[in-house]
Ligand binder design. Structure first.
Ligand SMILES: [Fe+2]
Ligand SMILES: [Fe+2]
Length: 169
């Protein structure tokens, strides 16, 4: 596995950990041991880490490079990945609004739909999309993508990213 895919894979693992921890918090809220306000920090994580740091690398760097090399992918699985990201944004807005209205059961139901869809999405990327990327591009081209990923993180803030990883792990 090259460094670009390793980086995305590492981010996937943090995202999957965040899903597990948010699920545990929901359960604790439902059993009366925690306050729903704790979910706000998870929403911030899914918006900032998952959507901004991670999805931005896929949408602005990796996927366009793949689409350039294969039009069938552009209209197929890549299009599907973009649509999934858009769905996740809408789902997160709905989860947040249920939390703001203190509708815990409904927020948890929406969160379950979000987490199942996100886990499926990550599995498709890990099992299919990233392998296609590696077969479409040379090692040098993948290295170039890796350096663009690093620039992307630097522009958004390396410290903020590592703080979020430290918080979730
Ligand atoms: Fe994605
Ligand atoms: Fe991803």
């Amino acid at each position: 596995m090259n460094q670009a895919i390793e980086l995305l894979d590492k981010e996937h693992k943090f995202i999957l950990t965040a899903i597990e921890k948010a699920d545990a918090l929901f359960n604790s809220v439902i059993s009366g041991d925690s306050d729903i306000s704790g979910m706000k920090k998870f929403i911030e994580f899914f918006r900032n880490y998952t959507d901004k740091y991670h999805h931005q690398k896929e949408e602005e760097i990796l996927f366009p490079e793949m689409s350039k090399r294969n039009e069938l992918l552009e209209d197929g699985v890549i299009k599907e990945m973009f649509e999934n990201h858009e769905d996740f944004r809408e789902m997160m807005r709905n989860i947040e609004s249920e939390i703001d209205n203190n509708n815990v059961d409904s927020a948890y139901k929406l969160f379950n739909e979000y987490s199942e869809a996100l886990k499926d999405h990550i599995a498709v990327e890990d099992d299919e999309v990233f392998q296609m990327a590696e077969s479409l591009m040379s090692d040098d081209e993948m290295d170039n993508i890796y350096f663009r990923f690093l620039d992307n993180d630097r522009e958004l803030g390396d410290k903020e990213k590592s703080d979020m990883e430290e918080w979730i792990k």
